[in-house]
Design a protein around this ligand. Structure first.
Ligand code: PGA
Length: 221
């Protein structure tokens, strides 16, 4: 089973999300057999998206972040405790959060601990071998900064050469992220070394995202 993880980032409003769901669900989702799709909308839309896909085993919901704090008086924070039961996955340490929100390795390790304690599966993002990986995170997403949102997706050779420099937690899944799209998905899926993709831009449009899933299924069937 390979993972296709959609990261909508801080994009879309309520009406956009309704339209996305309607358009996406108009496609034949029964083709999804060898991939598992994880949808990570902004927090306000988690319940809406979750409800829309609750009867389809091929889909799970993820959050894009969680608080490093335990439940308490931290206005605006969203804790693992609050997310528990709402999401199966959480993205931690995306390079945009490291960069714009100044999240440190200590904060990220704390977040990974909070997620594990709440039985939420971390998708822990690293920019390269320089980024520490907390023990026992189940999913590692390697996202070279220059490949994110740039259209300059990394080649399999580049990804595998970085992978060889990383000590992955035992049994963890290795995910690639950075401008993955419907045109290059088959090459990523056909590598035994890559367990899935984290998709930003190409997940925003339902038609494009479905085409990416179709490509993935085609190469895995
Ligand atoms: P992208 O984003 O697919 O637009 O490059 C990937 C990500 O940042 O998770």
């Amino acid at each position: 089973m390979k993972y296709i993880i959609a990261n909508w980032k801080a994009q879309k409003n309520l009406s956009d999300v309704h339209s996305w769901i309607e358009a996406f669900k108009s496609y034949d989702l029964s083709i999804i057999k060898n991939t598992h799709v994880v949808l990570c909308p902004p927090y306000p839309f988690i319940t809406l998206v979750s409800e829309a896909f609750k009867d389809n085993q091929s889909f799970s919901i993820g959050a894009q972040d969680l608080s490093s704090f335990a439940p308490g008086k931290y206005t605006g924070e969203v804790t693992a405790h609050s997310l528990s039961g709402l999401v199966t996955f959480v993205i931690i340490g995306h390079s945009e959060r490291r960069n714009f929100l100044k999240e440190t390795p200590e904060i990220l390790a704390q977040k990974a601990d909070r997620a594990a304690a709440a039985s939420i599966k971390s998708i822990f993002c690293i920019r390269g071998p320089q980024d520490a990986i907390p023990t026992d995170v189940p999913f590692i997403a390697y996202e070279p900064v220059g490949a994110i949102g740039s259209g300059k997706n990394a080649s399999i050779e580049e990804i595998l050469s970085v992978k060889s420099m990383i000590t992955l937690p035992p049994q963890s899944m290795f995910i690639y992220g950075g401008s993955a799209n419907q045109h290059d998905i088959e090459s990523y899926m056909s590598s035994d070394e890559i367990d899935g993709v984290l998709v930003g831009t190409a997940s925003l449009d339902p038609t494009e995202f479905y085409a990416l899933i179709e490509g993935a299924e085609r190469s895995l069937s």
